[in-house]
Structures are given as structure tokens and as C-alpha cells.
Design a protein around this ligand. Structure first.
Ligand code: ADP
Ligand code: MG
Length: 519
């Protein structure tokens, strides 16, 4: 077993030119193979003294893509800051530092320090008295520290701009300009970003020297079999909107993501009361309870898991048709993780975000950051649901195998009863009866038409709402288990994205480290 594992590492990560000490850590971390951006960046960054631009979306392992070659290039016999990584936020800075510390576990003592605003500066100044080979910094704090002469960049060899687009979004343009002008001319600059807005192009033009650009098809990592959709709905209508999707889709199996444990529990309780096969999965459950929920879900006794991001980590179920974002995650990477629960193993899946009318900008931001298109769809109304289900019912009726009947006598009697009824009349009667059974009224329109900046809180609720006069859904529908039907308004559009193969400037050369870039 061990041998096979090692051989595997040899052929995937070692091929990139990484040293044994790093390979050992990667194995311990369980990294099985490099991500595409890692494959395309690491060999080049190890072997060539070139400015470099790496474009790949969130969650694709960019930290290791620049972090591993950087660590390989640091010369711990030199007592100076050789690498500087700029990050947009304190959290990201800390994360990068933690990852680099782990990556360098078996390497000669590389000192790595994160510095960021909002924390005690004198402590950071004290830590900087020791040689920090790599500093990870948020732009504002770094400038403070440079001004106080706590950070010296005169020996800097590698400047890395991580999440460059996010840094510019956060208004760090001036700070970045300043830092780039402080750093020595002959340094090597690596820029990593999910997107390449024109503000970054300007920075590239001004401060980078004929950079090599690698772009990993951004649609590649967010699974292209996922259809991304969103609905605009007021918070109080979210649950009813969810029910419409459940009613519409007979074969729906999905996960609903909520922000808090409380939200998951409340929603699960409420859906169960309405006879939907749902249950909550959150961090307060014991392992045994979790296992029980998952077992029921796998066996299809539950159609819908309602989970927090944390609780959903590590759940592995294959044929989910839908992922619902009851609220959008704060971190885009979570969107990718959440959506990735569906459309596994070549199947199609739908990821639907629930936002209110004013939050359209969040969708725009998400589209931009992840390089995906998120289509607006309408919340199905009662009429949609009824027509879809009648169609399905009719198809099923048509396909019913008439040879399987057993009681000829009974059949004869029934045929006799209908002898004066025309085919059309019979069908009409059947459909009417079925509609009565479905008992779906023309519900209120749940789509939130509030525009961004709209102050009015116009209520679009008619009958059929929670607490509304007409009684809840449960009363109107009877108790049996849900029989949803598929396709409809919120179905697949069949749109497919093209895969673009990224160009690589990579080479398999090993070595060539630490020679300064020739200008
Ligand atoms: P990005 O910066 O592109 O958003 P990160 O560098 O933060 O992505 O990586 C996202 C997650 O993927 C991290 O938890 C990281 O440890 C993990 N990861 C990175 N590379 C690999 C790999 N080759 N195999 C498995 N997991 C990886
Ligand atoms: Mg990152």
C-alpha cells in the first residue's frame, strides 16, 4: 500500500519539481494530485525567474500554487525578508501563514509571519525583530510597518499579490501602488487572482515585467454540470418558495444550506409538520444522530437535508438533484463547496440561491468571482405545479400496462358504466378529479419584485401564505407522502460551457532556484 501511495506521489507532485520535504507534507495532508493551477504554476515558478500571473477561481489551491515554489526558493542562510505576500484580509493572511507553516514543516527553518491591521502593532514589531523570511501582510498594516522601519524590503526577491482582485475591490489600490514602489526593482512578482478586471491589468502593465500568464478555465472547477440559478424572494416567503420547488420536482433529492443551526432546525421542523421528508444536519447532533440522518437520507427516507456549511462538510451523497442556498455564504469558496454537492459523477444538478430583491449585487459578485453564470428563475406558482403534475400523471396513465389487469368481470362492469361517456368527456372528468386531489390553488406570487434601493416593503402575499386566511398548505393537500414531479420552470436550460484548455508555460526543469531575474 505504502509503495503504491509513494509511486503515486512520484508521478503527480514530484513531477512538478518539488523537493522531498515538501512531498512528504503533501502526502501527510492527503493531497493526492495537484490542482490544475498548481500543475500549471509550480514547475514554472520553481524553474524560471519570471513575473507570473495565475488566474484561477476560489478554492482551486492557489496558496500552494505560489506557496510551495516560494518556500522552495527561500534561502534560510540569508537573514532577510525574501518573500512578501499581500493578502486582502486578516483572515486570508492568517490562513496563508498557517498553510505555509505546515508546508515548510520538514524544511530548514523558514520563518513565516502574518501581519495585519486590527491587531497590536507593537507585538508585530517585536516579532519582526527576528528574521522573517516570508511576511504575509494586509496592505495598510504593511505600509505602517514599513514607515516604522519594522519591515525592510531591500532584500526582497519575491513579491506575491494574492487575491489581487479582492484587494482592489477592497480599495487597496493606493496601498498596493505604494508597496510596489517601495520594493526593489529586480524582485520577481507573482500575481494570483480569480478574475482579471482592468484595474489589475493596469497594475500588471505598470509593475510587472513581461509576465507569463496562466489561466485555468474558471468554469472547470465549479462543475459545469451544475445549473446555477437564483430566485428573488422575501425572507419570510423563503420557506414557501422552497415548498413550491419540492412540490414541483417529484424526484428532488437535495440539501438546503442555512446559516445557523437554529435555522436548520426550525426549517426542518416546519417542513416535517407539512409532511415533507426533511431533516436537519447540524453541529449539535451527536455522531450517532448524524449517522442516523445520513442513513435515512441515503435510503431515500429523507428527500431533503437541511444543513449548515460546517455540518455538511464531508457528507458524501451522490445523486443530489438540487442544492438550495437559503442564505448565501459569506465566503465564495463555500458556494463552490455547497454547489459541488450536486452534479456528481456526470449527472446534472441545480444550485438555487434564495436572495431578496435588493441583493442582486451579491449574485453579480458571485458570478464574477467564480466565473459562472447564475440565471434568474421564477418561483413556480400553483398553476405551474398543477400542470406539471397533471402532465406527469397523464404520461404515467398512458404508460400503464393494460395487460396486467386481473379481474375481467370487474372491468366489464366499469366499461359498462362509462358506455355513454365520450373519450374527451372522460379525460376531462379524470383531469378534474386529479386536480381536486392535488388540491393546489393558484397560490400567491412569491417572487420579490423589490428593486435595489427600493424603500417600500410592498407585500406580495395573497392567499395560501403562512398565517393567511386560507389555511396552510398542509390543510389544503392532505397528508400522504409527497409525490413531486420533475422538470418545469426551474429546470435545466441545457446551456453548456465550453472548456478552454489553459496554456501552460510550464516545464519540468528542476532547480534553477534563487538566480535573480535578469532584466
Ligand atoms: P484558493 O486560494 O485558490 O481559493 P486555497 O489555496 O485556499 O484555494 O485552497 C483551498 C483548499 O484546497 C485548501 O483547504 C487546501 O488545503 C486544499 N488544497 C489545495 N491544493 C490541494 C490539492 N492538490 N489536493 C487537495 N486539496 C488541496
Ligand atoms: Mg486564496
Amino acid at each position: 500500500m505504502q509503495l503504491i501511495k509513494e509511486l503515486h506521489l512520484l508521478t503527480s507532485f514530484k513531477k512538478l519539481g518539488l523537493s522531498k520535504n515538501i512531498l512528504k507534507v503533501l502526502e501527510e495532508l492527503g493531497f493526492e494530485k495537484p490542482t490544475e493551477i498548481q500543475e500549471q504554476s509550480i514547475p514554472t515558478l520553481l524553474a524560471e525567474d519570471t513575473d507570473f500571473i495565475g488566474l484561477a477561481q476560489t478554492g482551486t489551491g492557489k496558496t500552494a500554487a505560489f506557496g510551495l515554489p516560494l518556500l522552495e526558493r527561500i534561502d534560510t542562510s540569508i537573514n532577510a525578508t525574501q518573500g512578501l505576500i499581500l493578502a486582502p484580509t486578516r483572515e486570508l493572511g492568517k490562513q496563508i501563514a498557517e498553510q505555509l507553516k505546515i508546508f515548510s514543516k520538514y524544511k530548514d527553518k523558514v520563518n513565516v509571519l502574518p501581519v495585519y491591521g486590527g491587531a497590536n502593532i507593537s507585538e508585530q514589531i517585536r516579532a519582526l525583530k527576528k528574521t522573517q523570511h516570508v511576511i504575509i501582510a494586509t496592505p495598510g498594516r504593511l505600509i505602517d510597518l514599513i514607515k516604522r522601519k519594522a519591515v525592510k524590503l531591500n532584500e526582497l526577491e519575491y513579491l506575491i499579490l494574492d487575491e489581487a482582485d479582492e484587494m482592489l475591490n477592497m480599495g487597496f489600490k493606493e496601498e498596493i501602488d505604494k508597496i510596489l514602489s517601495y520594493a526593489p526593482e529586480e524582485k520577481i512578482t507573482w500575481l494570483f487572482s480569480a478574475t482579471m478586471p482592468s484595474a489589475i491589468k493596469k497594475i500588471v502593465k505598470k509593475y510587472m515585467d513581461d509576465p507569463l500568464e496562466v489561466k485555468v478555465n474558471s468554469k472547470n472547477e465549479v462543475n459545469k454540470d451544475i445549473e446555477h440559478q437564483y430566485i428573488a424572494v422575501k425572507t419570510k416567503d423563503k420557506e414557501n418558495a422552497l415548498c413550491r420547488f419540492l412540490d414541483l420536482n417529484e424526484d428532488l433529492r437535495g440539501v438546503v444550506f442555512c446559516r445557523t443551526k437554529r435555522d436548520t432546525q426550525d426549517l426542518a421542523t416546519s417542513l416535517l409538520a407539512k409532511n415533507y421528508k426533511a431533516d436537519a444536519l447540524h453541529g449539535d447532533l451527536s455522531q450517532a444522530q448524524r449517522d442516523r440522518v445520513m442513513k435515512r437520507f441515503r435510503k431515500d427516507n429523507i428527500k431533503l437535508l437541511i444543513a449548515t456549511d460546517v455540518a455538511a462538510r464531508g457528507i458524501d451523497v451522490n445523486d443530489l438533484t438540487h442544492v438550495f442556498h437559503f442564505s448565501l455564504p459569506d465566503d465564495n469558496a463555500y458556494y463552490t463547496h455547497r454547489s459541488g454537492r450536486t452534479a456528481r459523477a456526470g449527472k446534472k444538478g441545480i444550485s438555487i440561491s434564495f436572495i431578496n430583491g435588493r441583493e442582486g449585487y451579491k449574485i453579480k459578485r458571485l458570478e464574477q468571482a467564480l466565473g459562472i453564470e447564475i440565471k434568474k428563475v421564477l418561483i413556480p406558482d400553483g398553476k405551474d405545479i398543477a400542470s406539471i403534475r397533471i402532465r406527469t400523471w397523464a404520461q404515467e396513465l398512458k404508460q400503464e400496462n393494460k395487460e396486467s389487469r386481473t379481474d375481467d368481470e370487474l372491468l366489464g362492469e366499469v366499461i359498462e358504466i362509462f358506455k355513454d361517456v365520450s373519450k374527451n368527456d372522460l379525460i376531462t372528468k379524470l383531469v378534474n378529479l386529479e386536480l381536486k386531489k392535488l388540491n393546489i390553488g393558484t397560490d400567491s406570487d412569491l417572487n420579490d419584485t423589490t428593486k435595489p434601493g427600493d424603500r417600500s416593503s410592498r407585500e406580495s402575499r395573497g392567499r395560501g401564505g403562512r398565517g393567511g386566511g386560507g389555511g396552510g398548505r398542509r390543510d389544503r393537500r392532505g397528508g400522504g407522502s409527497r409525490n413531486f414531479s420533475k422538470k418545469g420552470k426551474a429546470g435545466f436550460s441545457g446551456r453548456r460551457r465550453k472548456d478552454k484548455k489553459a496554456e501552460s508555460g510550464g516545464s519540468d526543469n528542476i532547480g534553477g532556484r534563487r538566480s535573480r531575474k535578469k532584466k
